[in-house]
Design a protein around this ligand. Structure first.
Ligand SMILES: Cc1cc2nc3c(=O)[nH]c(=O)nc-3n(C[C@H](O)[C@H](O)[C@H](O)COP(=O)(O)OP(=O)(O)OC[C@H]3O[C@@H](n4cnc5c(N)ncnc54)[C@H](O)[C@@H]3O)c2cc1C
Length: 303
């Protein structure tokens, strides 16, 4: 059987695409290897009607809705390769199965590389986060650390003042992340900057208590924000020929169409910003509409 559309990645982007396509009576092959980016966190925020929902519960509800449409089939498995064929595309799964589809939506999300600080994974998603809009409310008025060696460190500090006025900035040895003028502005507002590299973090059950530096000093902090590097999970650009950004994310137009006919992308895979569930879901919906526009034209010629 050849499916109308294969969706690679069943997070909010891929699931919302599957919902739109299932409702449009298209046959959909939905592949997901169940490694969503937010699996490290206890609750998701900022999605109306789902504020504070557990990521696993969000997915449970979404799969229940999507798989209620009989033309959508779910494989809980990874896709290892995709190539073009005369009929459209052939998808290889990690179980050695081959599936054919006329269109492809890439929605595999991204993975994060955390700063190289001992035990940081233990705290990420519990008391250390990446996005103030997702988790700032939960850390409001707390003693926060902002760990960033990125050029936008200054912007992040300014933004975080909306949630807590007790922020200490750690450049983790990358003093160049803040210039002289930015340091003056921070000092004028009583915001401390520490450039000494961090040696480790301490706390209980993922709840941060202290940040320890290589010179033996430490500061008491109960939470904070970091700037992980973000790397797209899927890279089929060589096989399929679509254009990518410098970081490997898929380049698309406003509707999620890539530079290759029949290939679309949504969510974190296409670096849809701000990187949040609601934008990922919306972009999945748009990619599905773009697929529908193309299928409608193709099918019209055959009627
Ligand atoms: C700690 C943390 C907290 C967050 N908190 C919030 C929050 O409170 N509110 C909010 O709106 N956003 C939050 N986010 C951001 C949110 O998780 C992302 O914006 C959202 O998950 C992006 O959706 P997506 O569908 O693009 O990718 P994902 O949700 O990551 O889904 C991609 C899916 O594709 C699958 N996949 C990848 N490669 C393959 C493959 N080769 N074959 C098959 N399947 C594959 C993955 O297993 C995964 O299930 C948070 C992120 C993190 C890291």
């Amino acid at each position: 059987m050849k499916y109308d559309v294969a969706i690679i990645g069943g997070g909010p982007a891929g699931l919302n695409a599957a919902l739109v396509l299932g409702r449009a009576r298209k046959t959909v092959a939905l592949f997901d290897n169940a490694r969503p980016r937010n699996r490290v966190t206890h609750a998701s925020h900022g999605f109306i009607t789902r504020d504070g929902v557990k990521p696993s519960e969000f997915r449970r509800i979404a799969y229940e809705e999507v798989l209620g449409y009989p033309t959508v089939k779910h494989w809980e498995i990874g896709v290892t390769d995709i190539r073009s064929s005369e009929e459209g595309f052939v998808i290889d799964t990690s179980a050695g199965e081959q599936v054919q589809a006329g269109k492809i939506i890439l929605a595999g999300g991204l993975r994060e590389e955390l700063p190289e600080i001992k035990d940081i994974r233990e705290f990420y998603g519990k008391s250390l986060f990446a996005c103030p809009f997702c988790d700032g409310w939960e850390l409001r008025d707390q003693a926060l650390v902002i760990i960033s060696d990125q050029p936008h460190a200054f912007h992040k500090v300014k933004l975080l003042q909306n949630w807590s006025r007790d922020c200490i900035v750690c450049t983790n040895g990358a003093a160049e992340a803040l210039n002289v003028e930015q340091r003056e502005q921070l000092a004028a507002r009583g915001i401390t900057v520490i450039d000494t590299p961090i040696s480790f973090l301490s706390g209980q059950n993922g709840m941060l208590e202290r940040v320890h530096f290589t010179d033996g000093t430490s500061i008491e902090r109960s939470g904070g924000f970091i700037d992980p590097a973000q790397i797209p999970n899927l890279d089929f650009s060589e096989a399929l020929g679509y254009d990518t950004m410098e970081n490997g994310a898929v380049i698309t137009n406003e509707m999620g169409k890539t530079t290759v006919e029949g290939v679309y992308a949504a969510g974190d895979a296409a670096y849809v910003m701000p990187s949040q569930l609601i934008y990922a879901a919306a972009s999945g919906s748009k990619a599905a509409m773009a697929v529908m526009a193309d299928l409608t034209e193709e099918n019209w010629k055959l009627l």
